[in-house]
Design a protein around this ligand. Structure first.
Ligand SMILES: Nc1nc2c(ncn2[C@@H]2O[C@H](COP(=O)(O)OP(=O)(O)O)[C@@H](O)[C@H]2O)c(=O)[nH]1
Ligand SMILES: [Mg+2]
Length: 223
């Protein structure tokens, strides 16, 4: 099975080069999805490194993930953020359960592996709280015991990703992916992986706006 490492990137010129280098050895190819709304040199740097680069439609991270699902060539897609939050050496253990057989999606779990992004300030606490509430609702609805429904670092069979019919344009795409996998009886497992603090800049998530979108996304996928 071939593996494509998908890197969504919105104004990440400071880290994109390093991230591409760090993940390349773990996949058969690398696909960088640059944000149409990027205003820095992310795209130029990615292209100069000889990997495939596509541009999203300017609607957000979910849009970028959907573009990648349509354009990637691998049988397995690994989504890996470009801000330095994930550990590239964990990619083999995220992909392994899919390669072994019956698993369809593997989430790199911060709840099992720890996170530098979910503790400290009030906004980090609120994010963790929201994330736990969403996991609880999903577990109640589908009779599961998942701990981290939202980490961007994950692997999925491309055929499964295509079959989900994802609609989210924003950061709610990860939650939608989990709910639709459960609805369609696809198997998800979590593997521990530490989330590091992003290396520079700030998260694109505005909690007050995204909070409402997350609630809506969970609600429309409940029944
Ligand atoms: N292509 C694309 N990538 C995005 C967009 N928004 C965020 N990203 C990337 O998605 C990843 C996660 O975004 P980030 O702001 O760190 O969110 P957080 O990790 O959930 O706090 C990063 O690699 C961003 O560069 C977007 O609109 N388009
Ligand atoms: Mg991040």
């Amino acid at each position: 099975m071939k593996t494509t490492i998908v890197i969504p990137a919105f104004n990440e010129e400071k880290t994109i080069g390093k991230i591409i280098k760090s993940v390349a050895r773990y996949g058969d190819d690398v696909l960088v999805v640059c944000a149409k709304k990027s205003s820095d040199d992310t795209k130029k740097i990615a292209k100069s490194m000889g990997v495939r680069v596509v541009v999203d439609n300017g609607r957000g991270k979910g849009d970028a993930i959907r573009v990648a699902i349509g354009k990637a060539k691998g049988d397995i897609l690994v989504f890996f953020d470009s801000d330095g939050s994930h550990i590239a050496a964990d990619i083999p253990k995220i992909v392994a359960p899919i390669k072994k057989g019956s698993v369809d999606m593997v989430i790199a779990s911060r709840m099992l592996g720890g996170s530098e992004e979910l503790h400290g300030s009030f906004s980090k606490f609120f994010r963790l709280f929201m994330s736990m509430c969403i996991a609880q609702i999903i577990n109640w609805r589908f009779g599961k015991g998942i701990a981290d429904t939202q980490n961007g670092f994950r692997a999925i069979r491309r055929s499964v990703a295509k079959d989900l019919g994802l609609k989210a344009d924003g950061f709610d795409i990860e939650t939608e992916m989990v709910m639709k996998c459960y609805k369609k009886k696809y198997e998800i497992v979590e593997v521990p992986s530490m989330e590091l603090a992003r290396e520079c800049g700030e998260s694109g998530i505005n909690l007050w706006i995204m909070g409402g979108i997350y609630v809506w996304r969970v609600f429309v996928n409940l029944f």
